[in-house]
Write a protein that binds this ligand. Structure first.
Ligand SMILES: C[C@H](O)[C@H](O)[C@H]1CNC2=NC(N)=NC(=O)C2=N1
Length: 94
């Protein structure tokens, strides 16, 4: 996968409210109603990640889940990161 320029990455990010870029990584923190819902969201995202063979870094703090995406292989942000970010958004909205 090709690494995206930051200009392009930021243009794509503008359509993914909730996500922010920090260098080569995009992150979103989702607040859920409970710890259990946070875990359920992580399980759903894990399934999507396995399907895509693209895996976020995930941090749960009680009812807050922080997802961080980057393409380690490519050494930057790729379409795969934004594709998985969009799937996280769909799952977080359920
Ligand atoms: C071999 C395998 O395809 C790679 O290790 C994949 C797996 N999942 C991955 N996930 C993420 N987020 N970045 C990667 O570069 C990556 N590489």
């Amino acid at each position: 996968m090709t690494v995206m320029s930051y200009t392009r990455a930021d243009a794509v990010l503008a359509r993914l409210p909730g996500w922010a870029r920090d260098g080569r990584v995009i992150t979103r923190t989702v607040e859920t109603a409970s710890f259990k819902e946070a875990v359920d969201l992580v399980v759903a995202v894990a399934e999507a990640a396995e399907e895509a063979n693209h895996h976020p870094d995930i941090d749960i703090r009680y009812n807050r889940v922080r997802f961080a995406l980057t393409s380690h292989d490519a050494g930057g942000l790729t379409e795969q990161d934004f594709s998985l970010a969009a799937k996280v958004d769909v799952l977080a909205a359920r």
